[in-house]
Design a protein around this ligand. Structure first.
Ligand SMILES: Cc1cc2nc3c(=O)[nH]c(=O)nc-3n(C[C@H](O)[C@H](O)[C@H](O)COP(=O)(O)O)c2cc1C
Ligand code: SF4
Length: 391
């Protein structure tokens, strides 16, 4: 795009069989604008369309649950049956209307599944019975997932990917990070199994690999499959970047078209020295570079890259193929358009810590730094914001 001082960001990006118009990816960010029954809401359609309208070349939704057992948040969208397809199609069409690729992040929340108010009474699926602190002071004990439930979970990911393809999405992103089911299997701390789903790194990564294979099998070669890979658990005795680097080429062989390197879990973020990690400038870049060197598919950099000069530098230095932005596009969906137009100085910054967008998730995230009229509406959707403009 002419006029920009950051040209690399606006080069096309090939992800599997599809090409995005630029290298700016909306990274998954759970805003929870869906309906309680798991179907898509109008606010959600507008929210994602607005990210594409603002110029992101690829829009990956927040994590949508592949099953009831894998649902975490009360307003989290689900992808488990035909009743979800019409709403999903509205998101895909609305994103495509602005020229971006549209993808869905798929999750099984595992031991983090909700609803949290009755958490102790629910059966929460984990590789092993290892108690953990859900929120400060609240220790809960998950149940050991059975082989039959593992098979159901793999099938649920495959089915969800098939439904996304039917709804017109270009691809899906498998959530294998943050402590949800797939990454809880990777970790030797939470996976103490002695059957074929545990043991060494090979056994612990089997579930994630089988999910990627199943998603590929159920969708075909033209569909894009990405993986959010836990790059380092950041806990003693946990999954390491060395483990992630060894696994990454296997995931590509299984069918992954792109990877994100995602350090930490909800648990490890509460432990010094990881407290405040998500606020640190370029915090995932070491892991991103390590994965980038291990695979020949695009690795998407993410983590406090909201300064356009930083984002461009990642590409110029060939540290990654693209830049994923979550909070920067939440506070200012016009980040890409402004940067393309040489108006990077007008990008609204994302300074708050702890993030208000995390605090407000249960009822639908809002940003403390939106203009008042957007805050009053409760979401930064299309109307009444004019195309290409910011209030
Ligand atoms: C409110 C909130 C919700 C998030 N939800 C998700 C999610 O659904 N899936 C995911 O993989 N990461 C999620 N993340 C992490 C972001 O994708 C991203 O990795 C992190 O915010 C760092 O990128 P940023 O600095 O561009 O925001 C979330 C982050 C925030 C702040
Ligand atoms: S609430 Fe804060 S952290 Fe979240 S997007 Fe807005 S400014 Fe950024």
């Amino acid at each position: 795009m002419s006029g920009t001082t950051f040209p690399r960001l606006f080069e096309p990006l090939t992800l599997g069989a599809r090409t995005a118009p630029n290298r700016i990816v909306h990274a998954p960010m759970s805003v929870c604008y869906g309906h309680a029954d798991g179907t898509v809401s109008r606010a959600e359609v507008e929210h994602y369309a607005r990210r594409a309208q603002g110029g992101a070349g690829t829009v990956i939704t927040e994590n949508f649950a592949v099953s009831t057992a894998g649902r975490q948040m009360p307003l989290q969208t689900m992808v488990s049956g035909p009743e979800h397809v019409p709403g999903l199609r509205e998101i895909a069409d609305a994103v495509h209307a602005h020229g971006a690729l549209a993808m869905v992040q798929l999750v099984h929340a595992g031991r983090y599944a909700g609803p949290w108010d009755v958490y102790e009474q629910q059966r929460r699926l984990a590789p092993s019975v290892v108690e953990f602190e859900l929120t400060p002071g609240r220790v809960v004990t998950p149940a050991e997932i059975t082989p039959a439930e593992i098979a159901e979970s793999i099938a649920a990911f495959g089915r969800a990917a098939e439904l996304c393809a039917e709804a017109g999405f270009d691809g899906v992103d498998v959530h294998g990070a943050q402590g949800f089911l797939l990454s809880s299997f990777l970790s030797p701390r939470t996976n103490r199994r002695t059957d074929g789903w545990g043991g060494d790194a090979h056994g612990r990564s089997r579930l994630l690999r089988e999910v990627v294979r199943e998603v590929r099998r159920r969708t075909g070669p033209d569909f894009v499959v990405g993986v959010h890979l836990m790059s380092d658990e950041l806990l003693p005795g946990g999954w390491t970047i060395g483990d992630a680097v060894a696994l990454a080429p296997r995931l590509v062989a299984d069918g992954a078209d792109f990877l994100f390197a995602i350090p930490a879990t909800f648990e490890s973020l509460r432990v010094p020295p990881n407290v405040g990690l998500l606020g640190r400038h370029r915090y995932a870049m070491d892991d991103t570079r390590a994965l980038r060197a291990a695979v020949d598919v695009p690795v998407i950099a993410n983590g406090r890259l909201g300064d356009p000069a930083d984002a461009e530098a990642v590409l110029v230095r060939d540290e990654a193929a693209a830049v994923g932005l979550a909070r920067p596009l939440f506070v200012d969906p016009d980040w890409p358009r402004k940067v393309a137009a040489g108006q990077a100085d007008t990008v609204r910054s994302c300074p708050c810590d702890p993030p208000a967008c995390l605090r407000t998730q249960l009822t639908g995230s809002v940003c403390d730094h939106w203009p008042p009229e957007v805050r009053a509406r409760g979401h930064f959707g299309l109307a009444p914001v004019a195309t290409g403009g910011m209030p």
